[in-house]
Design a protein around this ligand. Structure first.
Ligand SMILES: CC(C)(COP(=O)(O)OP(=O)(O)OC[C@H]1O[C@@H](n2cnc3c(N)ncnc32)[C@H](O)[C@@H]1OP(=O)(O)O)[C@@H](O)C(=O)NCCC(=O)NCCS
Length: 148
């Protein structure tokens, strides 16, 4: 499958949101995203200063997205990868790997020497990230508190 990776802009907001909706509709997530919620999610990153929002395109069609937010830490700036997703029919063709690599290289070029993300500890996703050179942390847990 041929694709090119470019910066994501508002012009392709709907295409990017569609990728998110469709990528999470199946296993292991089975999430029911509305297009409106996905548009807001993607737009929030696009509106964040110095964010790294990339997309894989086939012509004008968005096949995959990678959304990173720049954060300042004690040791310097890092990028938190908030989103990585690829259309189901385009998965398994190297797009996710290429997007991840492009985020890392873009971050490096912009002075961020580290990229971090949250994902499943085990299974295909864990294998995917580790194969892409990401090490899994051993000590940290994910905490959340909900009002409903
Ligand atoms: C994870 C994801 C971005 C990978 O993108 P991709 O373009 O399929 O990635 P690549 O083609 O570069 O690599 C494929 C590898 O991803 C892994 N993978 C993880 N979940 C997968 C899925 N649902 N479908 C296909 N491959 C998947 C496999 O290990 C696969 O390895 P293989 O080719 O040896 O089978 C994509 O599968 C996706 O959008 N999944 C749903 C959303 C998601 O889970 N995002 C990450 C949240 S932390």
């Amino acid at each position: 499958m041929s694709f090119r990776i470019e910066r994501l802009t508002l012009e392709h907001l709907n295409g990017a949101a569609t990728v998110l909706v469709r990528a999470y509709s199946g296993p292991p997530w089975n999430e029911n995203w509305s297009l409106e919620a996905a548009v807001e999610n993607v737009n929030t990153v696009l509106e964040t200063p110095k964010s790294i929002a990339l997309a894989a395109f086939d012509g004008g069609k968005v096949l995959g997205i990678a959304l990173g937010i720049r954060q300042r830490r004690h040791a310097g700036p890092v990028v938190y990868l908030d989103e990585l997703s690829v259309l189901p029919e385009a998965q398994g063709a190297g797009i996710g790997t290429a997007l991840l690599s492009a985020v890392f290289e873009t971050a490096k070029a912009e002075g961020c020497n580290s990229v971090w993300l949250v994902s499943q500890r085990e299974g295909a996703l864990s294998t995917f990230y580790q194969r892409c050179g990401f090490a899994i942390g051993s000590n940290l847990g994910l905490y959340s508190k909900s009002s409903a």
